[in-house]
Write a protein that binds this ligand. Structure first.
Ligand code: 5GP
Length: 130
């Protein structure tokens, strides 16, 4: 099957996966890698990426195998728990973000989740009066 998603092998997370750039690894599994964001926006700020070449959330959702998806979601869930931010654990909750494309503010074109917590994060979007 041809893909409409074009993946740039030189993106920074591809280079991290190839070991060309160091990272502060939190967890590694068969299909996923989690590491600390280099510019944390809160006390806990971990990025979770699949090892496969997926550009963004849509690409991953459409074309990743069930095994990759299960591995990725379970890894992300484990990280929030182990980072101490779980609601009902010692923490008080967190936010999961998957920026996608230009309007989503995605800077690195390798699919990633941000897991952010450790302090009150405020409303979801600037100007959100909800
Ligand atoms: P995006 O805006 O694409 O959703 O988020 C990209 C994230 O990657 C940003 O939060 C940025 O700080 C992080 N980042 C960019 N380059 C590096 C790097 O070389 N190492 C790490 N650990 N994080 C990076």
């Amino acid at each position: 099957m041809t893909s409409k998603h074009s993946y740039d092998e030189q993106n920074i997370f591809a280079r991290i996966l190839r070991g060309e750039i160091p990272n502060d690894t939190v967890t590694e599994t068969a299909h996923s890698l989690a590491f600390k964001d280099i510019q944390p926006q809160a006390p806990v700020h971990v990025l979770v990426i699949p090892k496969g070449n997926y550009v963004d959330f849509e690409h991953f959702a459409a074309e990743a195998s069930d095994e990759e998806i299960v591995d990725f979601v379970r890894t992300a869930g484990r990280i929030s728990a182990e980072s101490g931010v779980s609601r009902g654990g010692d923490g008080q909750g967190f936010r999961v973000i998957a920026n996608t494309g230009a309007h989503g503010g995605q800077e690195v074109d390798h699919f990633h989740l941000h897991i952010i917590g450790g302090c009150a994060l405020g409303r979801m979007l600037p100007g959100d009066k909800g």
